[in-house]
Ligand binder design. Structure first.
Ligand SMILES: [Zn+2]
Length: 258
């Protein structure tokens, strides 16, 4: 019986070996859903899939839907993003973005803006240098979390809604990852908070709201970018209920000292 064929535009997030020569692909679909498919023979050197379904590349695929995982019948490369695989610095930076998406994207859940965000972030990452690399991944992680429903509050108390002005705040302010944002002095005794450097929160606020082109050009320092990434890590741990292994690796790679 012929299986229905479906055409999808995807970004490859993860490749897992299957059997002798096949791959399971986990991809982000254009509607922001998770697309999982088997690429048969993709690990053979002669396979045309090998060069068209590389990690972090964007491709148009034809999928045969069966009872189990879909099967890739054809693939056409749209953007290779080779620079994200050929440079250690960029591949380490792209990995947490991809890993987060494999955690928060679901097969039946649509988040249309996630795809455009990720495509744009990979495009900018492929050309970025120095701390801008870290700033771009920090911005992607935070924006992606906001798009799936977990946007931190930097301007209103996360318990009572009272305004909190980070621009007039002292050097450290109370922040509740669990409540979802900054906490006003009146609420501080009523919720569990951590003390965050105001500068880190200002940077996180900027990375959340700025366009990726602005993030790439802003001239953030390495310490500030690393601080924003550590903020993202804590935010993701609480709200996506996971520790990104690739982000842990980034912190041990020495990359944040660029
Ligand atoms: Zn409050």
């Amino acid at each position: 019986m012929a299986h229905p064929i479906e055409s999808r535009r995807v970004i490859v997030l993860r490749k897992t070996k299957l059997g002798e020569s096949d791959l399971i692909l986990r991809c982000l679909g254009q509607d922001g859903s998770l697309v999982e498919a088997v690429a048969k023979g993709a690990r053979k050197p002669t396979s045309s899939f090998a060069s068209r379904l590389e990690l972090y590349s964007c491709a148009d695929v034809l999928l045969a839907q069966g009872r189990g995982l879909a099967i890739v019948k054809e693939a056409r490369l749209v953007e290779g993003n080779a620079a994200l695989r050929s440079s250690f610095e960029r591949s380490v930076a792209a990995a947490p973005a991809a890993e987060l998406l494999t955690r928060v994207a679901q097969p039946d859940l649509v988040h249309p803006r996630l795809f455009d965000l990720t495509r744009a972030a990979f495009d900018r990452l492929a050309r970025a240098e120095g701390p801008a690399v870290l700033a771009l991944v920090a911005a992607h992680l935070l924006k992606a979390m906001a798009m799936v429903g977990f946007q931190p509050s930097f301007s209103a108390c996360s318990r009572c809604g009272a305004p909190v002005d980070l621009d007039a705040a002292p050097s450290c302010v109370p922040f509740s990852f669990l409540e979802g944002g900054v906490v006003c002095p009146a609420c501080r005794a009523h919720v569990e908070t951590t003390v965050q450097a105001t500068e880190t929160l200002r940077w996180a606020r900027y990375l959340l709201s700025a366009r990726l082109d602005e993030v790439a050009a802003v001239g953030i320092g390495a310490d500030a970018a690393a601080g924003a990434l550590r903020f993202d890590q804590a935010w993701i741990k609480v709200h996506a209920d996971c520790r990104l292994k690739s982000l842990e690796f980034l912190f041990t790679s020495g990359l944040q000292a660029v």
